[in-house]
Design a protein around this ligand. Structure first.
Ligand code: SAH
Length: 497
């Protein structure tokens, strides 16, 4: 058996949008994912890895030793697996990525390093602090605050104080007092601007600003907790002018967004771009069926009821060496706007008017379309799809031909409760009835929060699932369309204090 490669990958500081394209692709496709940074858990959830190993601290668990982590990496690679070792920020910046590469090298395991966006640069940037500036700072020095734990290690304080650089301390909370007093003793002015950036680039980011003399007591007062960075230097003053993040309409708001794995929604990007912290929760895993036979020649119409079905349908065509032209001469129906947009992405404009579909239902709308109406209707769908549409079509005198393209399997949502850590999201978005069941089973506490979230459902089925638990959705768009749901949600959240 050939030896697998280990990818030492930086996950960035927290905002999943700061994962590199290369990192995301590797996380999605690796066989084994080894991670310790809870901030990257949304991308962990997106991974299709058969084995996901958490080696970090967490509810009651202790951090695994570096040796034990090394052993896991070597063992899985020797088993022929492609391994991704995901680390916060950049793996080589205070991330012990170098040590892990040395371990792999000694074991003759091939490794590849994928750099990440480091917290010490991205964190200040999200707080409106450029770490260098022509007029204020000609350099930036990244420093570890680890000296506070490692008593024998002392930093060259005089040298640091004399540089005239921006100083960025990682692991800053425990080291705060000593770092500030040592710098002042070494000659740096006590009124040098200083900032702490806590949970940078996540929806819980907080910035506390002061001076070298005041920042430690401010941190105690405001109860600043790790992970946080200490930034010292005149560039900190620019924050007043450049603090762009709090200006965004949904800054500081969190949205729990449920969906199927493998399905990307522009809606998530839109919410993030508006400043919301989106907890992206794939509730189901869609798994393609391998050996599906499809006879398009024997049907007159194809009706798509989900965007996922559209994706799997075109995957199947591609596997058969065909493309969108295979649908030429067929009536193509989309059940919702979301489905119609997905079809458009594949170059197909749906035939049926969506307003007509909405008022008559798909079956009668199909019947009403075209002279004589199409008779045999192909329904590409999930094995879990309900029988309603089939019955409707039969009642309308049509002949439904079900084509099961994929299975819908529940995803493991064990991480969600840890992620929420008892905090209430400001809104919860459901795109399916199964999503409602899965999320409320994983985090039952969501149902009796002191400050309940806004509940948003895309359509009738998700709303019914919520209502059956005694909750009336706050947002339900007039048609089942994810973009419309987001419009309504943004309006509602924007009007709330
Ligand atoms: N390899 C990482 C750093 C690991 S050391 C990187 O390149 O970013 C861990 C320290 O990084 C934390 O103690 C904290 O100081 C800093 N850090 C990491 N993520 C952070 C975040 N989202 N906000 C603030 N500080 C962060």
């Amino acid at each position: 058996m050939s030896v697998g490669t280990v990818f030492i990958v930086g996950a960035g500081p927290g905002d999943p949008g700061l994962l590199t394209v290369k990192a995301l692709e590797l996380v999605r496709t690796c066989d084994v994912l080894v991670y310790d940074n809870l901030m990257a858990d949304e991308c962990v959830a997106l991974s299709r890895a058969a084995e996901k190993i958490y080696v970090g601290k967490g509810s009651g668990r202790h951090m695994m030793t570096q040796e034990a982590i090394g052993e896991i990496l070597v063992d899985r690679a020797r088993g022929g697996k492609t391994v991704v070792r995901l680390k916060g920020g950049d793996p080589f910046v205070f991330g012990r990525g170098g040590e892990e590469c040395q371990t792999l090298g000694r074991a003759s395991i091939p490794f590849v390093v994928v750099p990440g966006v480091t917290a010490g640069i991205a964190g200040p940037a999200y707080a409106g602090i450029p770490v260098t500036h022509r007029d204020m700072s000609r350099g930036v020095t990244l420093v570890t605050g680890h000296f506070s734990r490692d008593q024998e290690v002392e930093l060259p304080w005089e040298a640091l104080a004399g540089l005239g650089h921006t100083l960025v301390f990682y692991m800053a909370v425990a080291a705060l007092e000593r770092a500030c007093s040592s710098l002042i003793q070494a000659g740096l002015a006590g009124d040098t601007p200083a900032a702490l950036v806590e949970q940078a680039t996540t929806g819980s980011q907080r910035t506390v600003t002061g001076t070298l003399s005041t920042i430690a007591s401010l941190a105690r007062e405001r109860d600043v907790k790790p992970p946080a960075l200490l930034v010292c230097g005149h560039v900190v003053d620019l924050q007043q002018e450049l603090h762009w993040l709090p200006q965004l309409p949904l800054a500081g708001r969190s949205v729990l967004f449920t969906r199927a794995a493998d399905r990307d929604y522009d809606a998530v990007d839109r919410l993030r771009a508006l400043g919301a912290k989106v907890i992206d929760v794939p509730v189901v895993q869609l798994v393609a069926r391998g050996d599906v036979g499809m006879d398009l020649a024997s049907v007159e119409a194809v009706a798509f009821t989900s965007a996922a079905a559209v994706g799997f349908f075109f995957d199947l065509l591609a596997r058969q060496g065909r493309d969108a032209r295979a649908l030429a001469g067929h009536v193509v129906a989309a059940a919702t706007h979301t489905v119609a947009s997905e079809l458009e992405r594949h170059g197909i404009a749906a035939d049926l008017d969506l307003e007509v579909v909405r008022s008559l239902g798909l079956a009668r709308a199909l019947k009403a379309h075209g002279v004589g109406g199409p008779r045999r209707v192909l329904l590409p769908r999930s094995a879990a799809a309900g029988a309603d549409l089939v019955t409707d079509l039969e009642r309308a005198g049509l002949e439904p031909v079900t084509l099961v393209l994929y299975d819908t399997l529940p995803a493991d949502l064990g991480w969600l409760e840890v992620k929420l850590a008892g905090r209430s999201p400001d809104a919860v978005v459901f795109l399916s009835g199964s999503g409602v069941a899965a999320v409320l089973a994983a985090v039952p506490a969501l149902l009796d929060l002191e400050r309940p979230p806004l509940w948003a459902c895309v359509g009738r089925l998700s709303a019914q699932a919520l209502e059956s638990r005694g909750i009336v959705p706050d947002v339900l768009p007039t048609r089942p369309d994810v973009d419309m749901l987001v419009d309504d949600l943004v309006e509602k959240m924007g009007s709330q204090p």
